[in-house]
Design a binder for this molecule. Structure first.
Ligand code: HEM
Length: 410
C-alpha cells in the first residue's frame, strides 16, 4: 500500500514559520500552506493569502484596510500603551483615507521618479565611497561584515544626505532602526514590543531635534524643504516627524536587505557576476528577480473594516488578512517554474515586493536607483568578493534579511 502524504495543519505550519529555523528558509513552508489553497484559514478571524491574485486584489480592496489606530483597536487591544505602534499609526503607511492621502500627497513629489533621477550623481558618489570603504577594510584578506559596512551604510548615507542627518550619527541609528522593524513582526505578547518601543522613542527624539536644527538653520535638504512646506499645508508638526521617521526606517532596512540578497546571489554565480558588470541592461532585470525570488519584505497585513466575501471566503469585520507576498511571488499560476532564479524571465516585475494600490512603496524609485548603482560598482571594483560561510537571516519574517554578511574581498 502506498502512503498518502498528510497535509500539515496551517496552524502547525505557521508555528514552524515563526520559529527561528523557519525564518531561515520559509519557502518550503509557504508551499505547505499553498497546498491548502490560495487563501488559507488560520482561525475564525485570521486568513492568510498566498496566491498572487488574492494578494494583489487584497492590496487594492476598499474594505481591507491598513492597521491604523481604529483597526489596531480591533486587532491588538492594549497597543496604545506601546510607543512603537503609537508612532507607526501616525505615519502614512499605517493610515487609511483620508489621512493617508493627505500625508502621501505632501511627501510624494520629493520621491517621485523625476526627483529621484536628479539624485543619481549623489548616489553614485556615495556608492563609490562605500565600495572604497569595503575595499580598504578588506585589504590584506580581513573579513568584513558587508551589512554594517555596505548594505546599511549606503542607503542610510543616501537618506542622510537627503534629510541632512549628520554623517557621524548614521552608525548609531542602525540598532534603533533594526529594533523598530521588529515591532512589525507578529507578537504573542505585547511585552515583546518593548525593544521597539524604546527605539521608537529614541528615533522620535532624534527626528524632533533634527527638525528643530533645520528650522533654525535651513539648508538645501529635504528636511528643510518639508519644514518650509508645512506652513499653509494640512500637515501637523507631529505628522511631519512621524513621516520623516517612517522614511528613515523604511528607506534603510529594506534597501539593506535588497542589497544583501543581491550581492549574496551574484557572488555565488560567476556568470551572473560577469553579466552584472558587463551588461548594463541586465542589472534592472536581475534586481527585479531578486525582489521576486528573495524579497526583503515577506508579509503585509490588512484588516477587514466590514464583513465581506473574498474569493468565496466569508471574512468578518475585524479579521486579519496576512498577505504573504514572498509566497505570492512564487505562485506557479503567475510565474512559471517559480522557484528557479531566472533574471531573464519575462514579467518578473509583476512581483509584489513593493506592494500595490494606495500604499505602493513611496521609495521604490530611490531603492532601485541605489541598488542599480551599487551592485555593478561593487562587483566591478572588488571582483574577488566572496561570502564567508553560510550567512544567516535575522529572527524576523515581515522584514527579512541578513543580520551579518561576512565577506572577504580577495
Ligand atoms: C527594496 C527596498 C524597499 C522595499 C522592498 C519596500 C517595500 C515597501 C512596501 C511593501 C510598502 C507598502 C507596505 C504595505 O502596503 O503595507 C512600502 C511603503 C513605503 N515605503 Fe518602501 N520599500 C523599500 C524602500 C523604500 C525607500 C528607499 C523608502 C524611502 C523613501 C521607502 C519609503 C516608504 C514609505 C514612506 C512607504 C509608505 C507609503 C504609503 O503608505 O503610501 N521605501 N515600502
Amino acid at each position: 500500500m502506498t502512503e498518502t502524504p498528510t497535509l500539515a495543519e496551517p496552524l502547525d505550519v505557521m508555528i514552524r514559520l515563526l520559529s527561528f529555523e523557519g525564518k531561515q528558509n520559509p519557502y518550503p513552508l509557504y508551499e505547505e500552506l499553498r497546498a491548502h489553497g490560495d487563501l488559507v484559514r488560520l482561525g475564525e478571524t485570521h486568513l492568510l493569502a498566498v496566491g498572487h491574485e488574492q494578494i494583489s486584489k487584497a492590496l487594492r480592496h476598499p474594505v481591507l484596510l491598513q492597521t491604523d489606530a481604529a483597526m489596531q483597536d480591533l486587532r491588538m487591544p492594549g497597543w496604545r500603551e506601546h510607543s512603537s505602534w503609537v508612532w507607526l499609526t501616525r505615519n502614512m503607511l499605517f493610515s487609511n483615507e483620508p489621512d493617508h492621502e493627505r500625508m502621501r500627497r505632501f511627501f510624494s513629489s520629493a520621491f517621485s521618479a523625476h526627483s529621484v533621477a536628479a539624485f543619481a550623481p549623489m548616489v553614485e558618489r556615495l556608492a563609490d565611497d562605500a565600495v572604497r570603504h569595503v575595499g580598504e577594510l578588506g585589504a590584506g584578506g580581513a573579513e568584513v561584515d558587508l551589512v554594517e559596512e555596505f548594505t546599511y551604510r549606503l542607503p542610510i548615507a543616501v537618506l542622510g544626505e537627503l534629510l541632512a542627518i549628520p554623517e557621524a550619527d548614521l552608525p548609531g541609528l542602525h540598532p534603533i532602526i533594526a529594533a523598530i522593524t521588529t515591532s512589525m513582526d507578529p507578537v504573542g505578547d505585547l511585552a515583546q514590543l518593548a525593544p521597539g518601543d524604546a527605539a521608537m522613542e529614541e528615533l522620535a527624539a532624534y527626528v524632533t531635534d533634527l527638525v528643530a536644527t533645520r528650522r533654525a538653520a535651513p539648508g538645501p535638504d529635504l528636511t528643510s524643504a518639508f519644514i518650509r512646506a508645512l506652513d499653509g499645508s494640512d500637515l501637523t508638526e507631529q505628522d511631519l516627524i512621524a513621516n520623516i521617521m517612517a522614511v528613515i526606517v523604511a528607506g534603510s532596512e529594506a534597501p539593506q536587505d535588497l542589497l544583501g540578497n543581491a550581492v549574496r546571489i551574484a557572488v555565488g554565480d560567476a556568470d551572473l557576476a560577469r553579466r552584472l558588470t558587463g551588461e548594463p541592461r541586465f542589472v534592472d532585470r536581475y534586481l527585479e528577480e531578486v525582489l521576486r525570488w528573495d524579497p526583503p519584505v515577506h508579509a503585509l497585513n490588512r484588516v477587514a473594516s466590514e464583513d465581506l466575501e473574498f474569493f468565496g471566503e466569508k471574512v468578518v469585520r475585524g479579521s486579519a488578512v496576512t498577505l504573504l507576498v514572498a509566497a505570492g511571488n512564487r505562485d506557479p499560476k503567475r510565474f512559471a517554474d517559480p522557484h528557479r532564479f531566472d533574471p531573464d524571465r519575462e514579467g518578473n516585475q509583476k512581483q509584489l515586493t513593493f506592494s500595490a494600490g494606495a500604499h505602493y512603496c513611496l521609495g521604490a524609485a530611490l531603492a532601485r536607483l541605489t541598488a542599480e548603482t551599487a551592485i555593478p560598482l561593487l562587483l566591478r571594483r572588488l571582483p574577488g568578493l566572496k561570502v564567508v560561510g553560510s550567512p544567516g537571516f535575522r529572527d524576523q519574517i515581515v522584514q527579512r534579511g541578513h543580520d551579518r554578511l561576512p565577506v572577504t574581498t580577495g
